[in-house]
Design a protein around this ligand. Sequence first.
Ligand code: AMP
Length: 398
Amino acid sequence: MKILVLNCGSSSLKYQLFDMENESVLAKGICEKIGMEGSFNKHEAAGEEVKTVVDLENHSVAVKFVLDALMNEKTGVIKNVSEISAVGHRVVHGGEDLYESVIIDEKVKKLIDQCSDLAPLHNPPNLIGINACEAIMPNTPQVAVFDTAFHHTMPKMAYLYALPYKYYQDYKVRKYGFHGTSHRYVAGRAAEILGKKPEDLKIITCHLGNGASICAVKGGKSVDTSMGFTPLEGLMMGTRSGDLDPAAVLYIMEKENLSPKETGNILNKQSGVLGVAGIGKSDFRDIENAVAEGVVNAGLSLEMFDYRVAKYVGEYAAAMNGVDAIVFTAGIGENSAARRTAICSYLEYLGLKVDGNKNNTRGKEIIFSTDDSAVKAIIIPTNEELVIARDTLELVKK
Ligand code: AMP
């Protein structure tokens, strides 16, 4: 059975076609700059990548282009669109009502639309992708897999903010958490790697990419996570501030006469390591290079990043009354030995001991703590697309 996984962003469309017989990826790619000048597609199949500059005026055109790339003589891996048994969509926000993967119908689409208010940059393009597929493949089942769903198991004391309760009742203002598909995947893999049942483990998963979040996974379930009502809360990130005193925001707004929109832009797009390092870049490789060149604030931004990750790990070890394993994933977590070393140096009190040689690994699964370490530290490359494909298969098989 072949399953197409789609991840529609505001101007991009990422895709992977899986053969679920052996969970192999037959083809994958990305359409970028959809609706803008210079739009293009990068398509990879059988180890070969083809870049095509093509006018992709909207997501429907991009979906059509992708299906053609999957079928055409040169880059194709299927002959007919009917070979695709189902489509799995990444949907960012499921709100309180959509808390597990579901087959998409009119009611589900309406609920996704209602959540657009909570995720205005993400849910609308997700829905456009769903509608585009529906128009082209009306008889192919489609499944939605939500970034928020894994965190549905958080207890109320963890997801509520200490605001007047009516704001939760009236506007559903609460912590939702994101990156759920990634946290779920790596926590599950960690249990497999450790040869234990998820129910018997307390795991802290650190998804450290351009967006970054941490999750406390107890008995296989998310019990707390660092992102909140939006992905702005929690860790310091590439361009997002993460936690700060809300009064500081109000103060800056008054001083600089800023609108809520302008302030949101500063907190989401101009803060984090970008804002502190001051080199006009947010990629950790650039920041680490700037440190080597002696840029003082670049070093400071990384110290702040590491410190904040370590503090959250401590918080979640307390929340779960212990921790068996700490997982590092996503671009920084999988690739930066320097960041893992710095973060883990704060965690010796937990009995964590790092094996320097094993930590010198990039992008592959490895337990990098020593054999006698009380807490295991593990690198696990995330695979959100595979989770989406598996959930889709599970639901369409029923
Ligand atoms: P992601 O959002 O998961 O794709 O992660 C992207 C981020 O990972 C990039 O912005 C980089 O900051 C970071 N990254 C990728 N490779 C490395 C590396 N070798 N060393 C440090 N950071 C890296």
